[in-house]
Structures are given as structure tokens and as C-alpha cells.
Ligand binder design. Structure first.
Ligand SMILES: [Zn+2]
Length: 277
């Protein structure tokens, strides 16, 4: 999940969109696709949706290789057109090309923002879209609301050749991952790494090293991943959040999150580095 190569983002809906424009049309949290017999999916063109009588609130996303991409917020009672299906975004991993899945995820965040910012959060007046940027503005009091992005950190704590992995209560049986948590007001990401590791498993960390980041549209987080060197303390798990935390040797890892997650990349890349040391 990242900005696809060849994609030029823009919020300004062009006066004319080609018939081939991609439409990412959401009813609730499900997106409209055309499924092939082999269970690969394609996103319909805007023209195909118009032909099927489907219309919604449009938000322009930009151009992918010169082709327009539009997010559509559909009403909750829109019926599935013949030959199309509403499907969950998470079920589309590996069933649509990754660039289009990334744009669908981007579209969902814009649609979700459109739905949840129809009224001013301060005075309750209906908002309107700003022309100059992707923002909603209250005509009465001037409050401006941008699409929400919530930064969260992920920390993989290392100690020699060992990795600290934990199980949240909601995880599938046997699956372990790195620690994660949302950034609080006033914190740097690095502050958040130290606090979350301390709160969740009771240990202190020293050197913190940036790994990568990943937008995650479920519903609007930006996960920023780090490795963190163990500096002291005994494992003491916060039962409210964590079911179990353990040190694993880099060459004997447990069941990990799916390969589409930044957690998997973080753990595998770090384990490979530690095995090579
Ligand atoms: Zn207002």
C-alpha cells in the first residue's frame, strides 16, 4: 500500500472525465467490482456505472497513467447492478493489481471522510467542499475539516539475535506480531514507541531505527514502523491489550501476520539482518 507509480493525485474534479475513468464506488465499507470466473476482480469504469444507473457523491482522486480515478459515495440502499458485486476491500488482496487496490483504499478513506464530516463538528451546520483543497468547510463558523489520518507506530524490539513478539487478544490463534499503538497528542513517534513498549510489555528500549511506513485504510491509520533495541526491564504484559509476549530467536519465528502487512515485512527483514550478524 503506497502511492502507485504513474499516479498524479488531485482533488479537483475535471469538467470532463473519459469513459474509461476508474470508479471506486462504496456502499458502506464495500466496493463495487466486476468479478471474473477465476475470482480476479476489476473496478468498473465510471461510464459502466452511469449506464447501470449508479450515481453517488463523487470525489476526484487523480490520474493513473492519464486515466481519471473517482471515489463514489453511494447510498446504503443501492442495489448491486447485474454482473457487479459489493465486496470487502480486505478480500481483494492479490485479486486486483496492487496499484488499483491502493487507490481503492485511498478512495475508501475519502468516502469515509465525506460521510462523517457532512455537518460541522462545532456548530452542526451542513459543511461544503472547499474548491482549493480536499477539505470541508463550515459556512457558518468557518471550521475546516481535512480527511482524517491517524498516525500509529509499530515497534519490533530486538535483543541480540532475539525478537520480541506479542499476541493481541483479537489475533488468530498462534499468530504473533510486533507491538503497535496510536500516537497521542504531544508525542513524537519516538516518544510513542518508548511509551507503548513500556506500557504493553514493561521493557525499556534504547536505539530506535525507522524502517518504513504504510497507510492502512481500516479506517484511516498511517503505520510507521521501527526497530527498537532492548535496553532493560523484565517482560510484564499489559493484560488488557496483550495476551502473551515472548522472545523468539530470529531463526525460529512463530506464525506471522499476512505478507500484505508492514508487520510481516518488518519482522522478516529484521530477522534476516539478525541471522546475518
Ligand atoms: Zn460550524
Amino acid at each position: 500500500m503506497h502511492t502507485p507509480d504513474g499516479f498524479t493525485p488531485s482533488h479537483a474534479l475535471p469538467t470532463a472525465l473519459g469513459d474509461d475513468a476508474f470508479a471506486f464506488a462504496f456502499r458502506g465499507d464495500r466496493v463495487l467490482t466486476v468479478a471474473a470466473a477465476d475470482d480476479t476482480h476489476a473496478f468498473p469504469s465510471l461510464a459502466a456505472l452511469t449506464h447501470a444507473g449508479i450515481a453517488g457523491v463523487p470525489h476526484f482522486l487523480g490520474l493513473l497513467g492519464g486515466v481519471g480515478c473517482v471515489a463514489l459515495n453511494l447510498a446504503d440502499d443501492v442495489a448491486e447492478p447485474t454482473g457487479m458485486r459489493f465486496v470487502g476491500l480486505r478480500t481483494l488482496f492479490f485479486k486486483v493489481p496492487e496499484p488499483l487496490l491502493a487507490l481503492a483504499a485511498r478512495a475508501f478513506q475519502v468516502v469515509d471522510w465525506d460521510r462523517t464530516h457532512r455537518y460541522c463538528g462545532r456548530c452542526g451546520t451542513p459543511t461544503r467542499d472547499r474548491a482549493a483543497e480536499r477539505a470541508k468547510e463550515c459556512p457558518a463558523c468557518g471550521l475546516v475539516a481535512y480527511p482524517r489520518v491517524s498516525p500509529a507506530m509499530m515497534a519490533l524490539v530486538t535483543r541480540g539475535h532475539d525478537l520480541l513478539l506479542a499476541r493481541a487478544h483479537r489475533f488468530a490463534p498462534g499468530m504473533y506480531s510486533a507491538l503497535a499503538g496510536f500516537v497521542e497528542p504531544g508525542e513524537t513517534i519516538e516518544d510513542c514507541v518508548r511509551r507503548e513498549v513500556r506500557e504493553e510489555v514493561g521493557v525499556e528500549v534504547g536505539q530506535i531505527t525507522y524502517f518504513a511506513s504504510q497507510p492502512w485504510a481500516f479506517p484511516h491509520s498511517l503505520m510507521i514502523a521501527y526497530t527498537a533495541e532492548y535496553a532493560g526491564g523484565d517482560l510484564k504484559v499489559d493484560d488488557a491489550e496483550i495476551a502473551e509476549a515472548r522472545w523468539f530467536p530470529a531463526d525460529a519465528l512463530p506464525h506471522l501476520p499476512p505478507s500484505v502487512s508492514i508487520a510481516r515485512r518488518l519482522i522478516e527483514a529484521t530477522a534476516a539482518r539478525l541471522r546475518g550478524n
